[in-house]
Design a protein around this ligand. Structure first.
Ligand SMILES: CC(C)(COP(=O)(O)OP(=O)(O)OC[C@H]1O[C@@H](n2cnc3c(N)ncnc32)[C@H](O)[C@@H]1OP(=O)(O)O)[C@@H](O)C(=O)NCCC(=O)NCCS
Length: 173
């Protein structure tokens, strides 16, 4: 999904860029720092799987890089427009490098993703472990509310839903 970059608050300090398939290894490495214990080998995507996702036109993956030599990736989030209902987009893989948490990067990426999605997207969905108190707090601050609770692959999962802010919807192109 290639959208013209539109800055949101916070981007002057930490520019947000859309990541392409060449960022797959970095993204896998960053995700590995986020879920070192919880994700088993079957849950950890390979570089090839992530590269395919980054090339998918329905997927937008945003990242923030350190403003230093080599510009390592320190935060990322992925949003996929649902192919069966293009009014809905799923937010996934939000991750911030351990040394950069609590400085607003997770929030910045949530705002930037919501702002850059195609105009027809009216609702954002995401799935979390309901026991993850930090994620619950983060998403509640951004207006996500629990819409369902279910078990998936033996794990408790909460579906959080947020109506897209009117101001965040781009006019149709
Ligand atoms: C969850 C995660 C993405 C948050 O990123 P972040 O950049 O630290 O988030 P922000 O700085 O924007 O924090 C926003 C709010 O989230 C909540 N929050 C995030 N981390 C928290 C923590 N460690 N303790 C308490 N509250 C926390 C707070 O309400 C915080 O607001 P505040 O700083 O004003 O109190 C990051 O901790 C992470 O990568 N975790 C591992 C991966 C993960 O769990 N991803 C989400 C899976 S659904």
């Amino acid at each position: 999904m290639s959208m013209e970059p539109t800055p949101v608050g916070g981007e002057r300090r930490f520019p947000v860029t859309e990541l392409g398939p060449d960022a797959a290894s970095e993204l896998v490495a960053l995700s590995g720092t986020a879920y070192p214990l919880t994700a088993g080998p079957d849950q950890k995507p390979t570089v090839g799987q992530v590269a395919a996702e980054l090339a998918d036109p329905d997927v937008m993956t945003l990242g923030v890089r350190e403003p230093v030599a080599g510009r390592p990736l320190v935060a990322a989030a992925c949003v996929r427009v649902n192919p069966d209902d293009r009014g809905v987009a799923d937010v996934a893989r939000l991750v911030v490098a351990p040394g950069r948490r609590r400085s607003g990067l997770g929030s910045l990426l949530l705002r930037a993703a919501e702002h850059r999605l195609p105009a027809q997207v009216r609702e954002l969905w995401l799935h979390i472990n309901p026991a993850d108190e930090y994620s619950r707090r983060l998403y509640a601050q951004h207006g996500y509310r629990q819409a369902a609770h279910y078990r998936a692959a033996g794990n408790q999962t909460a579906l959080l839903v947020k109506p897209r802010r009117r101001g965040a919807r781009r006019s149709a192109q």
